[in-house]
Design a protein. Structure first.
Length: 252
């Protein structure tokens, strides 16, 4: 059941609308407070880049209502400016999703309705809410991918010996590249690798230790590798000896 609301045009409209929409909805009426309306926190959450957003950008909201369904879906209701009666209704963005999850998702733009809560309920049910559900599903899918990628363990940094020099493939992450640079590795732009000279073995060991410590703080492990041994030029690989062959046995 909707919460009690003041007997205003918008408040009465929103109260009847909440009872006509499918599901269980509650209504919160935000009254006019004069110059200090304090409704910016609500309008900033309106999930719209069309008529409702343009209207909110041009004029302030002196009073409004928010309808909340039991699953957390929220609808913003405000007066429609201009001649004639009517209201603007838009979905509100989920507050628990990271901003990056909204990237590439089309906003479920709001609608303008006449001052008839019964026809408005049909427009919301068949027009606005399906677009909202589609956009919300995309945001949740993006958020799940973001969570999965952040929890995945990064690949270890492989330091490979090349004679007395350590070579590291240029990493994709800038923080890893910065850790290598801070430890004394130098980027060879021609080969796209970081190198650590072995001219001073003690300094080289200290640099490896410093790099390993900094990378561990970033959650990245370090692996030291030696290149596979190659046979000397002009030599052939040793073949295994032929297995002994038993003498033929003749029966009488």
């Amino acid at each position: 059941m909707p919460d009690p609301t003041p007997d205003t045009g918008l408040g009465s409209f929103a109260a009847v609308l909440a009872g006509e929409l499918p599901g269980a909805w509650t209504i919160t009426y935000h009254p006019d407070r004069g110059s200090a309306t304090g409704h910016d926190a609500l309008t900033d959450q309106v999930w719209d880049m069309n008529e409702v957003a343009n209207t909110l950008a041009r004029r302030g909201v002196d009073h409004c209502a928010v309808l909340t369904r039991e699953d957390g879906t929220r609808l913003f209701v405000a007066d429609r400016p201009g001649p004639g009666e009517g209201y603007l209704i838009a979905a509100m963005a989920p507050a628990d999703a990271p901003a990056e999850a909204f990237r590439g998702v089309r906003e479920p733009d709001g609608i303008a309705v006449a001052a008839d809560p019964f026809s408005a309920a049909e427009d919301i049910h068949y027009d606005l809410l399906p677009r909202y559900d589609k956009a919300l599903a995309q945001v949740h899918a993006n958020a799940a991918r973001l969570t999965g990628s952040s929890s995945a363990e990064p690949e270890p940094v492989a330091m490979t010996w090349s004679d007395d020099t350590l070579v590291v493939e240029r990493p994709d992450r800038d923080d890893i590249a910065g850790a290598l640079t801070e430890a004394g590795f130098v980027l060879d732009t021609a080969r796209g690798v970081f190198v650590l000279s072995g001219d001073d073995s003690a300094r080289q060991a200290a640099s490896v230790q410093a790099a390993g410590h900094r990378l561990s703080q970033l959650g990245v492990s370090v692996v030291l590798r030696h290149p596979p041994a190659r046979p000397a030029l002009g030599t052939a690989a040793t073949m295994p000896p032929n297995p002994p062959v038993a003498a033929p046995h003749h029966s009488r």
